[in-house]
Design a protein around this ligand. Sequence first.
Ligand SMILES: [Zn+2]
Length: 476
Amino acid sequence: MEYEPVIGLEVHVQLNTATKAFCGCANVFGVRENTNICPVCLGLPGALPVLNALVLKSAVKVALAFNCSIRDYIKFDRKNYFYPDLPKNFQISQFDKPLSERGFLDIENNGIKKRVGITRVHMEEDAGKLIHSESEPFSYVDYNRAGTPLLEIVSEPELFSPEEAYAYLTDLKMILRYLDVSDCDMEKGSLRCDANISLKPKGEKKLGVKTELKNMNSFKAVKAGLSFEIRRQTECLEGGEKIVQETRLWDEKKEQTFSMRSKEEAHDYRYFPEPDLPPFSFAQKEIEEIRASLPELPQARLKRFMDSFGFLEKEASVLISDKDLADFFEACLKVLPLHKKIANWLIGPISAELNNRNVSICALGLTSERLVRLISLVENGTVSNLVAKDVLFQMLETSKDPDVIISEKNLSQVSDTDELKKMIEEVVAANKKSVDDYLAGKENALMYLVGQVMRLSQGKANPKMLRDLIAARLKQ
Ligand SMILES: [Zn+2]
């Protein structure tokens, strides 16, 4: 029997507001343990939470960007459970009347476009953090993270392969980055993803028993965890075993998932309305104001880049895939209206370097002014394209202006006819056979001779002049 996987994703994203969700503590990382806390986020007696208005605004932005409807009756609930990192013994979350529901995200995987349903986007708070000591028989707890604002974005079980899940996460993160509501750094834990996965016989409508995967700290890990789980569940089913509904942890080193606990159900948490935060609703006008404040989102920017600049979808996709890169492109364009040339640099050598270093363009040490200057130097014939690439890498290494590097290393293009002629004579004398070939009608021989002079000039010869001069010399 052939099985089909069915995958749903739950993404938690930490909002980048200045303060926590329900108190005035700073929303920061990396400060001394248990110093960024107050009676509210510790749940001390008498403390009352107050919703951070910017958390709500960011949440509505995200909900609208994922095409969700904002509910007209919204409330918070307490999700009750005991764990040492949860000082109040409950988490403020949203249960049956969440902020928003029924949205979608359009994704593309292997050239195939598809719409994935978003079940809901809701607000909640984060818990503290347990720090397990390897040398001591106890654990530490740091409550600094308690009360940090989170959004939970839940997809419908409409993803049918690990690759689709990967594409969904990539596009989701891109939108969140455009909205500038989170740094989306998975390594820091500001973006976390849990995956529900089940198998069903091919063509069957009814979903199988699902497992929930946790502890995947990169999109690659999500893909690997899901692939492992598909193999594991397939083997179970083929061996006549039943799948157990449970939560499983992905072990990055062993590349396996391990059972953690049986999966809890909603009723286990004894959800009830949070009495300290009254239900509320929005006026339509308020929602429309937030909608009007949304920045241009990736799909709209893609379309604009294709329509205004005539880029192919493939080219425009690279540019818009990172908001910083797209902004950089537009900053260059303001100074130098050569969109095709600028795009070639950004899509080619610069994107390759960003991938190599695994950084965003902001961290590359390149300014739009310097790139524009470099392109201008190619345009006015000061350097060849080939040499310019080398200059670019030196610009990244040294943070110097392109003019400085070109003059220091004497990289200017040789456009002096006498100098070029001297080199041509040298090459012609040393390549009698190619000269004869050319005279016998082999056009390719000319390109070979051009290449030889180019080599002699260390890539600095002006290629157009060179070609004309060699052709003229051979005709003699
Ligand atoms: Zn606090």
